[in-house]
Design a binder for this molecule. Sequence first.
Ligand SMILES: NC(=O)c1ccc[n+]([C@@H]2O[C@H](COP(=O)([O-])OP(=O)(O)OC[C@H]3O[C@@H](n4cnc5c(N)ncnc54)[C@H](OP(=O)(O)O)[C@@H]3O)[C@@H](O)[C@H]2O)c1
Length: 299
Amino acid sequence: MSGLAIVVIGRSGQLALALQANPGPHRLIPLSRPQVDLADPGNLEPALRAAQPDVIINAAAYTDVDGAETHSELNAAINAGGPVALSTIAAELGTPLIHISTDYVFDGTLGRPLTEADTPNPLSAYGEAKLAGEALLDVHPNAAVLRTAGLVSPAGRNFLTTILRLARDRDSLNIVANQTLTPTSADDLATAVLKVAENLTARPDPDLRGIFHAAGAGPLSWADFARAIFDASARAGGPTANCHDIPAADWPSPAQRPADSRLDSSRLATHHGARLADIRTRLDDLVRRALVAERKTTR
Ligand SMILES: NC(=O)c1ccc[n+]([C@@H]2O[C@H](COP(=O)([O-])OP(=O)(O)OC[C@H]3O[C@@H](n4cnc5c(N)ncnc54)[C@H](OP(=O)(O)O)[C@@H]3O)[C@@H](O)[C@H]2O)c1
């Protein structure tokens, strides 16, 4: 496949960095603030016209789930208004668009892995705004929305780096055991996103457009996820801590999260040929790289 020119909105986020680390044959053009601001979409059009991309990937979002409860205007602007404005411009330019959404559009009460046919019912302001952002499909039919979950990577702020940092100072951590999700490696999501980009530019099939779940294959509670991270850390000579299971009710947080938001990503596999691994098979590599990154920043 010959390389595509791909604009990536967002530069230093987990997915944006994973895309830039492994672009394959493609030329990535990261656009971020102050050049391009999803909260103030006026500057999007000139930047996109100048870049002339074959595909646009929106890897940017307001991702502070608890902060979104109070910063409601910013959350709505970046997660709902910005993506819809972006898709209006992409449609005018005739450029395919890939946007990332979340398992938090669901309330997590069904008790089985969720498919694209299941009805969203967000519990949080973040989930509500991300669901509103999915309306970009109404203005741009040549688009794909990939809902992912529990993204982790070796650097930046995420569950993996946070609990490794906490384990440096504490012997025991309280971790929520009654919320289950399908955690996802940002590297695997990046690979899937590029595959979708290639397919959207190569084939007009309607089956390649619309909503897709794009999460890791293995469901875990946050507590079991933490234990798996510490097992990998122990193998790599990194920090570990005992995980003490607690219910979500004992971890008061501004935003309510779904109890069971496992995503079934088989539609993505069927139509785009992209399969995301069980996060447990990625943890030795991710933890080893996280420990290296940690050493570099503390030097
Ligand atoms: N993290 C998760 O666990 C998770 C779970 C489910 C879904 N998702 C979704 O997955 C996608 C990628 O998440 P991530 O974890 O990679 O995010 P992240 O690491 O928090 O990075 C967010 C990115 O958004 C950019 N950004 C924030 N506000 C912006 C604005 N006003 N205009 C332009 N760019 C802005 C940041 O820009 P700078 O480069 O300028 O800093 C950064 O690159 C998002 O759509 C998120 O909602 C994430």
